[in-house]
Design a binder for this molecule. Sequence first.
Ligand SMILES: Cc1cc2nc3c(=O)[nH]c(=O)nc-3n(C[C@H](O)[C@H](O)[C@H](O)COP(=O)(O)OP(=O)(O)OC[C@H]3O[C@@H](n4cnc5c(N)ncnc54)[C@H](O)[C@@H]3O)c2cc1C
Length: 387
Amino acid sequence: MTEDYRPNTYSLSYWEQDTFFRGIDTIVLGSGIVGLNAAIRLKELRPKHRVVVLERGPLPIGASTRNAGVACFGSLSELMDDAAHRPVEEVLSLAEERYRGLLRLRDRLGDEVMDYRPYGGYELFLPSEAERYAACIDIMDSYNREFSSLTGRPDTYKVTDEAIKNFGFAGIEHLIFNQAEGQIHTGKMMQALLAKARSLDVQIYNGVEVTHWEEEEKTVSLFTAQGWKLQCRSMLVATNGFAARLLPELQVRPARNQVMITQPVPGLRFKACFHYDRGYYYFRQIDGRILLGGGRILDVEGETTDSFGTTPLIRDSLIDLLHHLILPGQRVEIDGWWSGIMGVGDQKHPIVKRYSDRIAVAVRLGGMGVAIGSLVGERGAELLTDT
Ligand SMILES: Cc1cc2nc3c(=O)[nH]c(=O)nc-3n(C[C@H](O)[C@H](O)[C@H](O)COP(=O)(O)OP(=O)(O)OC[C@H]3O[C@@H](n4cnc5c(N)ncnc54)[C@H](O)[C@@H]3O)c2cc1C
């Protein structure tokens, strides 16, 4: 062992090497939804294997603890928008994957533990969106047919304009209701996943950022920001929006998303989730408050970043939406703001593939990781079962 004298680095003691990091079979990078589901699956497949998750943040700080908790598989205008760029079969199969992913998440954790609520989701249309709304109506019957066996409903999507006045929104002309959408408490879901992983003896170490690795014939050596060298037999990269830092050749771009939460709103008149402008904006109620996010489309270049933070441009657009569309004429205080980092690309399908003999990747979850993250993590894990 050589002592490392670089500032802020320190060597592992013999004891640490001989316990925490000895004989690791698989290291998973990232403790978001994908990394934790992968670790759980690895232990289910090989209970005796040593599985370690390395997480650079004090918490799993990327997207999984910072999202809106909408258990959605696609609003009609979002699916239609996707179908303008990709074959419709591909769009439908991804929506189906999202729905199946949600079932998997619910099956794994149970609805109660993550406060799953089947309140449905509405898509809002302004008068200026008449063309988009008409196009959604045109495809509604065929999408309902496609999804009927999946959701068990003949009319997954339906027009519910009569509800507009009940919610008290201003300037909305039409509403399309997705009956099969739900919502969760994101923090509780992540705590339950962490507990599940730990109960299977997955070791999770926070504050460990992997900077690079070297792959040898029988091992992968990982190097961390502290200057540690750790070894394992196989590795899964589940760092989503941060993936390009380690693997710049992957088609994954970071995409920041900004979110606000209000103080409790007296007499709040809805409990469902809402999508607006092809899903670029979204809001829901939680504990009598409004959680509202999105607006990345206003500054796509500026929001292509993996640095956390909020900006006046997007904060102002969300405040405007809150005061003029959602709660017109009602005074409401904003309690706080945060941001999260998604991983996106030119197409929406996640990247789940073998990268080399001993390394696999499961990244690029876009804005749908709550829905599809369980399946993506499990598939990533299954790619490593022969290493
Ligand atoms: C504001 C916001 C709202 C969203 N709303 C929804 C929604 O309502 N419904 C929905 O389905 N999806 C939503 N999403 C998307 C969803 O949250 C993500 O798709 C999902 O959480 C991605 O999970 P992940 O595990 O792939 O990535 P992450 O949760 O980002 O996990 C990756 C982890 O890797 C760690 N990491 C990165 N680099 C390293 C390294 N070098 N070494 C060690 N660790 C590292 C990070 O700290 C992070 O914890 C939203 C996303 C955001 C940001």
